[in-house]
Every structure is written in structure tokens, then in C-alpha cells.
Design a protein around this ligand. Structure first.
Ligand code: SF4
Length: 460
């Protein structure tokens, strides 16, 4: 009972967060930057921050995550980190030779008040940025928002720097990806190809964080959105941003800078969100939906129908990032499960409205909350008050699952103790089948493990 001190009585808290359902901004900035080809993320702060962010990403993706750091010590902490960053830009281009350095700030450099734009301009003026190379940046103070905010800020920084509008409109669609797995990004490209839509996906971590073993170390793997692709986004017909938290600011930036109209959809998780995404994609690309996509949808509906008896009425607790869990909760409602508890550590006013719209009528007993006090501790207290049949969330849910003996499905970030998420998508209709497989697997394993001998069944 590792969490034996969690009490069932919920007390209103205004300042304290216990076991947050989020991590810090630069982790997201680093992940977004890794989805750009030839890009080296750079952490402007102390070595400890950079090590933490790298190790979190490395443990989740099971790939070595490269990033550099301004290596603040006492001097930089007092007098500012300008000298460190100027030296870093010089050293990185001479030794590691990336196409792009993507600098993000940390709590410390933000508190000092370092102006990243000014320092990077100084590096350019001093000739520390070689011709044809680029330095981009995002402000990512970790005492506001979450890793999702950091991802959004870096994505906005990428678009702001690279997208260019020319006189030649391109018959292509921009896909701004919310925080999903490399497998999901690969799936997005497969769906666009099936629909015969020319799409630029940014960022794109497929072939960066799911690379094959070749025996050869590649500092910059072949994947990632390329610079010409990023530049061309300014001439696209439309932008679709998947996930309001992660992509809205970048979509607005593209519209303001290059007059590319945008639509924000949910990340296509489950049936309804994928329906809306496919329709939005078809409209943006001015194509009709091919039969092959309809068939994939039909397969998902078939699995839901076949397995409905195991899903109906099951109480579920969900935690994670808003862009990911809003469509997931909607999917759970679609398949007649009851997502009774939903928490997200990422703040944002739209969360409660979306939850209310999805849950008010069909799961009126549901409790949901987001922001600093919407933590794992609160979710555990709710579960203690009235248990659930299933928990869905990242690896940190395993403590509650173990203490309360509740089946657990790992989804979201980070997943530190299982594999598969980098390789098997959970978006689109096929991804919906994968989610169902995981949910049904957990529920049925629990039935097998707890059934009395006389009711232990071979066939389920
Ligand atoms: S919360 Fe701030 S100090 Fe801590 S690792 Fe993140 S950026 Fe560094």
C-alpha cells in the first residue's frame, strides 16, 4: 500500500498539489523540437533541468534523446545566462552541426529574465550562426501551464520562424499535430495518403523517436518535418490543428502571418472525434471520403458491437492531457462506459465546458477538474469514496491501480514501464480498435484473475 496515506475525505485545497497529473513545460518544447528534421533542442538553464527532460523523453520513447544545455552555474544564475547561450550556439554548430537549434527557457532563466530573442540576435550579429543554419526559440517557464503548454509554445515558435507566404498557393493542407506518439504521426500521414491529400505534418516525430536498430548512431535521424516543408506551410490551403491546447496558438500564428485559414479539431481518438477529423480533412483537401476509410470505421463499429456487453456501464477514472482525454472520454461515453472521474493537471478554461457537454446528460454523476489541484491525489480520493472498474492514464496510475486492485490501461505521457505506444497508433479508427483491445484486455484479465473456479470460462 504505497499510497496508504491517501484519505477518502476530500478537503478543498487552494495551493497544494500532490502527485501532479502533468510535467514541466520544457519537456513539451523538447518533444516538439525533435519533430523537426535536423533539429537539436537546447535547454537554457541548469544541467539538472536538461537531464530531467531528456531522461523523461528517453524513458517514454526508449530512444536516446539528444539535447544540449546552457549549463547554468552560480554566476549565470546571478548575472544572467547570455554568455552561456552565446558560447553554446558557437559550440553546438561547430561540434554537433544541426540544421536548427531550438532553444527553450527554464524556470531559472525565466526568473532571471533572460531575453532569448535578444541573445539569439546577438549571436547572429556576432557571426555565431553559420549561413543557412537556424536558431529558433520558445519561452517555457515551468511555473505556469504544463508540458502541453511548452509543446504549444515551441510549435508556435517553429511556425512563426519558418512559414513563408509567396504568391503561389499550394494544393496542400497543414496538419498541426497535438502531442501524440510517433506511431500516431505515422498513422496521420497514412490517413492523409489514403484520402489522396497532400499534407505537411508538423511536428512529426515518426522516424525520429521510433527508429530501427541499424547498428549505426544517427545524431539526426531521417524523420521530422523538413525546413522546405515548414516554409511551404505559409502557402497551404488550410491548417487543421489537432487539439486546442497544443496547436491553437500555432494555427493562429500561421493565419496572422500567412493568411492560412484554420480549423481546430480534437485529436482523432475514438469514433466521434475521428468522424469529425476525417470530415474536416476531406473538406480542407476538397476530396470525398474513400471507401477504405469507411471500411476502417465499420471495423471499429463491429468491435464495439461485438464486445458491448463487457463495456456497458463500467465506471472509469481517466487522467492525462486535455487534448488527449477529451476525445477519449467522448469515446468511452460512445461505447456506453461511464467515465465518472476525469482530471488533468493542465489548466485551461475550455476543459470544464467540454466535459460538461460530453458528460452532463449521459454520465450526470461524473466529477471532473483540471488545473493545479486536479492531481492524482484527488482522483485517488474520489476512487476511495466510490470505486471504479478501470483506470486509464499514464504510468503514474499504477500506484492507485495496485493499492485499490483496479485494472489499469496505460495511455498518455509518460509511459515508463511498458512498450508499444511508439509503434501501435491509438488515433483514427484503427487506433480506436487498439484502445478497445487494451480496455477489453485489462477487463477480461481481471475477470480471469478473480473468477471463482466454477465460473472460470475458456471462451469469453
Ligand atoms: S520545473 Fe523548472 S526547475 Fe524543474 S526541471 Fe522543469 S524547468 Fe527545471
Amino acid at each position: 500500500m504505497l499510497l496508504r496515506h491517501t484519505t477518502s475525505a476530500v478537503k478543498e485545497r487552494s495551493a497544494l498539489t500532490v502527485n501532479p497529473a502533468k510535467t514541466c513545460q520544457p519537456v513539451g518544447a523538447m518533444y516538439a523540437a525533435l519533430g523537426i528534421h535536423g533539429c537539436l533542442p537546447h535547454s537554457h538553464g541548469s544541467q539538472g533541468c536538461c537531464s530531467y527532460h531528456r531522461s523523461t523523453l528517453t524513458r517514454h520513447y526508449k530512444e536516446p534523446v539528444m539535447a544540449s544545455t546552457s549549463s547554468f552555474t552560480e554566476g549565470a544564475s546571478v548575472f544572467g545566462g547570455q554568455a552561456n547561450l552565446l558560447q553554446a550556439v558557437d559550440t553546438i554548430f561547430s561540434i554537433y552541426d544541426p540544421e536548427i537549434i531550438a532553444v527553450h527557457s527554464t524556470c531559472l532563466s525565466e526568473t532571471i529574465g533572460d531575453d532569448l530573442g535578444q541573445i539569439i540576435n546577438k549571436a547572429r550579429d556576432e557571426g555565431k550562426v553559420p549561413l543557412g543554419k537556424h536558431v529558433i526559440y520558445a519561452s517555457t517557464p515551468s511555473y505556469v501551464g504544463s508540458h502541453v503548454t511548452g509543446y504549444a509554445n515551441m510549435l508556435e515558435g517553429i511556425v512563426k520562424y519558418f512559414a513563408e507566404k509567396t504568391d503561389e498557393k499550394k494544393r496542400q493542407v497543414n496538419l498541426l499535430s497535438g502531442w501524440v506518439e510517433p506511431s500516431d504521426m505515422r498513422e496521420l500521414k497514412r490517413i492523409a495518403k489514403l484520402m489522396k491529400i497532400s499534407a505537411v505534418l508538423a511536428p512529426d516525430t515518426s522516424d525520429v523517436l521510433d527508429t530501427p536498430m541499424t547498428g549505426k548512431f544517427e545524431m539526426y535521424p531521417k524523420g521530422g518535418t523538413t525546413i522546405p516543408e515548414l516554409v511551404s506551410m505559409g502557402d497551404s490551403m488550410k491548417t487543421i490543428g489537432m487539439g486546442s491546447w497544443a496547436t491553437r496558438s500555432a494555427a493562429v500564428m500561421l493565419d496572422n502571418k500567412c493568411k492560412v485559414p484554420f480549423e481546430i479539431t480534437d485529436i482523432p481518438v475514438g469514433l466521434s472525434a475521428t468522424d469529425r477529423f476525417i470530415q474536416a480533412l476531406a473538406n480542407a483537401g476538397r476530396v470525398s471520403i474513400p471507401e477504405s476509410i469507411n471500411e476502417e470505421r465499420g471495423r471499429l463499429v463491429d468491435v464495439i458491437t461485438d464486445m458491448h456487453q463487457y463495456l456497458y456501464g463500467k465506471r472509469v477514472a481517466v487522467f492525462g492531457d486535455p487534448d488527449n482525454i477529451i476525445p477519449l472520454v467522448e469515446f468511452l461515453v460512445d461505447i456506453d462506459m461511464k467515465p465518472v472521474y476525469v482530471v488533468s493537471g493542465t489548466p485551461g478554461k475550455a476543459f470544464e465546458k467540454r466535459m460538461e457537454a460530453i458528460l452532463a446528460e449521459r454520465v450526470p454523476e461524473a466529477k471532473y477538474k483540471n488545473g493545479p489541484q486536479a492531481d492524482m491525489f484527488l482522483m485517488h480520493q474520489w476512487i476511495k469514496e466510490n470505486p471504479v472498474d478501470l483506470i486509464i492514464g499514464n504510468t503514474y496510475g499504477k500506484y492507485i491501480s495496485r493499492d485499490e486492485k483496479i485494472p489499469f490501461v496505460r495511455m498518455g505521457f509518460p509511459i515508463l514501464d511498458r512498450v508499444g505506444h511508439s509503434y501501435f497508433p491509438t488515433i483514427g479508427y484503427m487506433g480506436g480498435i487498439r484502445i478497445l483491445e487494451k480496455i477489453l484486455g485489462a477487463l477480461m484479465d481481471n475477470i480471469d484473475a478473480t473468477a471463482k473456479e466454477e465460473s472460470f470460462e475458456l471462451t469469453m
